[in-house]
Design a protein around this ligand. Sequence first.
Ligand SMILES: Cc1cc2nc3c(=O)[nH]c(=O)nc-3n(C[C@H](O)[C@H](O)[C@H](O)COP(=O)(O)OP(=O)(O)OC[C@H]3O[C@@H](n4cnc5c(N)ncnc54)[C@H](O)[C@@H]3O)c2cc1C
Length: 416
Amino acid sequence: MPKHEVILERSVPVYDQAEVVVIGGGPAGTAAAISATRSGKKTIVLEHSAQLGGMGTLANVSVFMGVGNVTGIYREIISEFLPAALPESHHQSIWPEYSPFEMRHYLNTKLEKEGVQVYFHTSFAAAVMDGPRLTAVVANTREGLRAFAGSVFIDCTGDARVAGDAGVPLHTGREEDGLTQPMTLMFMMQDTGKPVEPHLPEGCYFYEKVEDLPQGRHLYWGGRGDGSLLVNMTRVKGNGASIEDINYAEKEGLRQVFSVANYLQRTNHPTYALSHIAPQIGVRETNQIEGRYTLTEDDLVNSRRFEDVVAQTNYEIDIHNPTGGTHTDERKLDGYDIPYRCMLPKHVEGLIVAGRCISATHVAMSSMRVQATCYALGQAAGTAAAIAIDTGSPLPDISIPLLHERLAEQGVVFKS
Ligand SMILES: Cc1cc2nc3c(=O)[nH]c(=O)nc-3n(C[C@H](O)[C@H](O)[C@H](O)COP(=O)(O)OP(=O)(O)OC[C@H]3O[C@@H](n4cnc5c(N)ncnc54)[C@H](O)[C@@H]3O)c2cc1C
């Protein structure tokens, strides 16, 4: 909590302006930018880090969870980048692993080909409002504070940073206590083909048995066929949008990485060396906007369908224990729709929110948060932004049949 306040009042040069300004270049942001550009709109992306792909590259979450409906830009990315993983049938789930390094390069190239201007090292700082309307954002850049003006803004920061600053009410974590899913620092090990001397740096933990591990289980993938192992076995309690929690998590996550790697070397991976640690801890859950519709557990378990569907998934309810304990709540689902209204924030005009921070309860977001769904939401948000500009309609009033028509032209298929 701030101890006191300072007043910042200054003029900031406008560095660029576009019809559509996307903030955050993760799965939602890259898809939003591609679809807005394909819809004929000048589009820019402001990205805090040096890469596109969000958690999928930055945090090395380099495996796509299955969502049932492999469609739109997500399908296109798989067909171009991981063609061997693409199923014949539209109705099958796929769970492909990929190289986060090559994905980073692939996304750079893809957005260049599409004609999207991406600004790296450009971190959203403040929303500039004209009454209820968002008219520009101020970002911290390598040249200092710069403004970016636009007609429609798409908040794909994962944390709803833009929406929150613009005055949209936010909710965090479990309804009863606000606890969010814990964070995980992902890492990779490589099979060296010969025994490796287990190493444990000072200050790390010696795990004796599986129950001692942070998640109380093994969770890794080795399906790329190159001797690499992608490990998701650390777990740090906290909210990744809190200054204090993320500071602790980055250090504790690293302690756990060395400790889990040491455990794996002593147990079932004696020939594996630690080969890569994600540059930042993976954040599953922070803020959700208060939107025109809030997706709930009831919608998921009852396989609810919506007229204004923009994404479909059957990914399970998947809640890593918010208390930091070892349990994980995993419940299979048959599949459900996510409505457009979940991306429309209350009170603020000229803004859509796509990706994991849409309007959803703690349980509902645990299922809709995976990458393929965020790509689908981003694609719909970019298309909706273009329609709003073309027709002069406020974002909440655009024609849903027209949105569906434009998405269909981009290869999006919804199952009935
Ligand atoms: C540990 C972990 C394991 C996971 N496992 C899987 C899995 O196996 N498969 C799967 O499909 N999904 C998995 N997920 C979920 C999935 O990776 C994310 O939910 C998904 O990437 C969210 O996409 P997004 O675009 O909403 O946000 P993010 O991926 O979080 O991307 C947000 C982007 O916005 C940028 N940004 C943030 N703040 C600012 C700012 N102020 N200014 C400018 N840019 C900003 C960030 O740098 C980032 O690039 C996992 C997540 C975690 C954390």
